[in-house]
Design a protein around this ligand. Structure first.
Ligand SMILES: C[S@@+](CC[C@H](N)C(=O)[O-])C[C@H]1O[C@@H](n2cnc3c(N)ncnc32)[C@H](O)[C@@H]1O
Length: 258
């Protein structure tokens, strides 16, 4: 059984059969989840959360990369300030950003993912209880809030890195995600976003197809730097359906080209 050293004790984590905890949905100040049909009902959100927790419990995490995302290494520009990483999973990109000089704030629903991140990175951490418990590394400036991204408030980050976060959400949640992300950033914050697009009629998400026009509608200040075929990395369901997957990289306009 993996053991994770955290301030105040050792957390023991079963490798299999982790039972998703029945947690009530936490509702953020800025969003009334469950009241607006446009953002999905509370039951719908809860169902999606259960699906993600089940994936983590079963190790069904094909989206996880063992290396730093090439778009991050190639196109990231700032080297100081606080970076928001929504729906961060256990991405090694968190460490890359912290080692570059940033204070990193991740948000992740699954306790399993957060515990695995610190254990796999060999980082001791302290876990501060709260509505969204905050897991903070001892040796690097990385904090991961555990819970629903939409419940996180009160930040003014200097930059955001979104890889597989917007595309993890179904269409009816994405406008709320875009608006909520904006509330957590200071004006003019640097943004790097990695999206996927494919024929949504052929395959069901996640990951969902997010068309170019939708991204431009949320953030007209972004420019698309790259769009490349990504079938080599695609889950088997894409190959089975004959869907052609593209990955696009978006960045704040007006920063130097790399
Ligand atoms: C496709 S994965 C991407 C993870 C990470 N960005 C990466 O590149 O590996 C999406 C992640 O978002 C988490 N997630 C889904 N909905 C969430 C929510 N409402 N709040 C916080 N995390 C969420 C899932 O548990 C999952 O780890």
């Amino acid at each position: 059984m993996p053991r994770l050293a955290c301030q105040g004790g050792i957390l023991e984590l079963p490798t299999k059969g982790l039972v998703p905890r029945e947690e009530p949905l936490v509702v953020g100040r800025n969003l009334a989840i469950g009241r607006s049909p446009a953002t999905g009902t509370a039951a719908h959100c809860h169902g999606m959360h259960e699906d993600w927790l089940r994936r983590w419990a079963e190790g069904n995490i094909g989206f996880h990369r063992h290396d730093v995302h090439p778009a991050l290494a190639k196109h990231w520009q700032p080297d100081r300030g606080t970076v928001l990483v929504p729906l961060c999973g256990k991405s090694v990109d968190l460490r890359w950003l912290a080692e570059r000089g940033h204070t990193v704030v991740g948000v992740e629903l699954a306790e399993r993912a957060i515990a695995d991140f610190f254990a796999e990175q060999g980082l001791q951490c302290a876990r501060q209880p709260g509505a969204l418990p905050a897991w903070t590394a001892a040796a690097l400036p990385i904090t991961i809030y555990q819970g629903d991204y939409f419940a996180l408030t009160g930040l003014a980050c200097d930059a955001v890195y979104d890889r597989a976060a917007l595309v993890a959400l179904p269409p009816e949640r994405r406008a709320a995600y875009a608006a909520h992300t904006d509330t957590l950033l200071r004006p003019g914050a640097f943004r790097l976003l990695v999206t996927l697009d494919y024929d949504q009629a052929l395959v069901a998400g996640p990951p969902f197809s997010v068309p170019e026009a939708e991204v431009r509608g949320y953030w007209p200040e972004l420019e698309r730097l790259e769009r490349q075929a990504a079938n080599h990395d695609a889950p088997p369901k894409f190959r089975a359906a004959g869907a052609v997957l593209h990955e696009a990289v978006w960045r704040s306009r007006g920063v130097g080209r790399t």
